[in-house]
Design a protein around this ligand. Structure first.
Ligand SMILES: Nc1ncnc2c1ncn2[C@@H]1O[C@H](COP(=O)(O)OP(=O)(O)OP(=O)(O)O)[C@@H](O)[C@H]1O
Ligand SMILES: [Mg+2]
Length: 395
């Protein structure tokens, strides 16, 4: 079974013999992959964000500072969104209670079949519960260069991460590597060129993504222009499918024009976020793009329009843009050179560096609205995490 289809399990167990027993059972099959065994309950939230398991098994009798059932309660309170199976013994009965974060119970002694069916069962239920939107692929596109695609893709990604979504960015402007440049990623940071050309697995992905500001993982473009032609569209497509499995949201920045890669990215997108500005070229090209999209067969709902620098119409009648789009644009972001310029020059996201600025509020609002999140959803812990200094370091 391809590793991308395996269920990722994190085991919280401080009795080495039990841990070894579970490991042995899992070694004999390929449906479930044990990503880590944690003996200290206090380490579990960190390990969950590191490994992103699909299922967590917790020993009810876990000892230490955080005991088994305290940990289960904590995971529930943290709303980790990962189903929990409690491992126990007949002398210590535990009842299934999803309201308390106990999605399943497994009592000793158990065999491999019991273990796997429980894990697969809670995983299936959890996947069905989130099936309405487990991941979104948003491709930021524009009918003209220089309108703010890269700036918006990056800040939108950081805002979404701050809103609690596991977010990844893709530097789809592969010749110039706009995200690479904006974030000042080191030359030796991993990039699309490091993707294995054959089968891509989750472990390969960890090796090719670069951790940017606010813990946003980034698939970078190659470091030099001429290397762009070495990137295989097929590999990027496969990688995107895998990323969709691991992240709630994947945001792709694109370069100028409609080359083979951009077309492939647009095809895979759930939503094309088309950035427009008030200028005559944009208006002309937007109409041409809309015709092209229609010919390709994209439904009108696949495209959402964002007017960047929406408060500077520069002599253009907003009605002209509206007519070109065929409707009112869905989103607007104001122009704010004093905020956007200096933060971008430092490779920092203005949404967290200058959260009080109007332009930051606009981007956060776009993120909420685009992702269907309610106002006020930004978790305090997430804000703290995303306020970390830019470029905390490559993996
Ligand atoms: N809302 C805004 N207010 C002020 N400046 C902005 C805003 N949005 C973008 N900019 C600035 O506009 C310039 C172009 O932005 P950016 O590089 O993101 O555009 P792009 O569409 O990605 O360009 P390219 O087509 O070259 O990829 C940058 O200097 C950026 O800082
Ligand atoms: Mg760009």
């Amino acid at each position: 079974m391809a590793s991308a289809d395996q269920i990722r399990l994190l085991l919280v167990e401080d009795v080495p013999q039990v841990a070894q027993y579970v490991r042995g059972l899992l070694n004999a099959q390929s449906q479930v992959r044990l990503v880590d065994i944690v003996a200290d309950g206090t380490q579990v939230p960190t390990r969950i964000s590191e490994h992103r398991p699909d299922v967590v098994v917790v020993d009810a009798l876990l000892q230490g500072r955080l005991r088994g059932m305290q940990l289960v309660k904590q995971l529930h309170d943290l709303r980790i969104g990962v189903p929990v199976i409690v491992l126990t013994v007949p002398q210590n009965p535990v009842n299934v209670d999803p309201e308390k974060g106990i999605d399943e119970v497994l009592s000793m002694p158990f065999n491999g079949y019991d273990l796997i069916t429980r894990i697969a069962g809670v995983h299936k239920t959890a996947a069905a519960a989130t099936a309405k939107g487990p991941s979104r692929l948003i491709v930021v596109f524009a009918p003209k260069g220089g309108v703010g695609k890269t700036t918006i893709a990056f800040n939108l990604g950081v805002a979404a991460s701050g809103l609690g979504l596991r977010t990844a960015l893709v530097d789809g402007s592969i010749q110039f590597g706009d995200l690479r440049g904006l974030l000042r990623a080191p030359r030796d940071a991993p990039s699309m060129l490091d993707l294995p050309t054959d089968r891509i697995s989750e472990s390969d992905l960890a090796d090719v993504l670069w951790r940017g500001p606010a813990d946003v993982d980034i698939l970078l473009a190659p470091p030099r222009i001429e290397m762009a032609e070495m990137v295989l569209v097929r590999d990027v497509e496969k990688t995107l499918s895998l990323m969709r499995r691991l992240y709630d949201l994947v945001i792709v920045d694109t370069g100028v024009g409609l080359d083979e890669l951009t077309l492939a990215l647009l095809d895979q997108a759930d939503t094309i976020l088309e950035v427009v500005t008030y200028d005559a070229t944009t208006i002309r090209n937007t109409i041409a793009m809309a015709e092209t999209f229609q010919k390709i067969g994209y439904p009108p709902s696949k495209v959402q329009y964002l007017v960047n620098r929406a408060d500077s119409a520069a002599g253009i009648d907003p009605g002209d843009l509206r007519r070109a789009l065929g409707r009112d644009p869905e989103y607007q972001i104001r122009s704010d050179g004093p905020t956007v310029g200096p933060t971008s020059n430092q490779g920092a996201p203005f949404v967290t560096a200058e959260p009080g600025a109007g332009v930051s509020k606009d981007v956060i609002e776009v993120a909420r609205s685009l992702l269907g999140l309610k106002a006020g959803a930004m978790a305090a812990s997430a804000v703290k995490a995303s306020a970390k200094p830019a470029l905390a370091g490559a993996r």
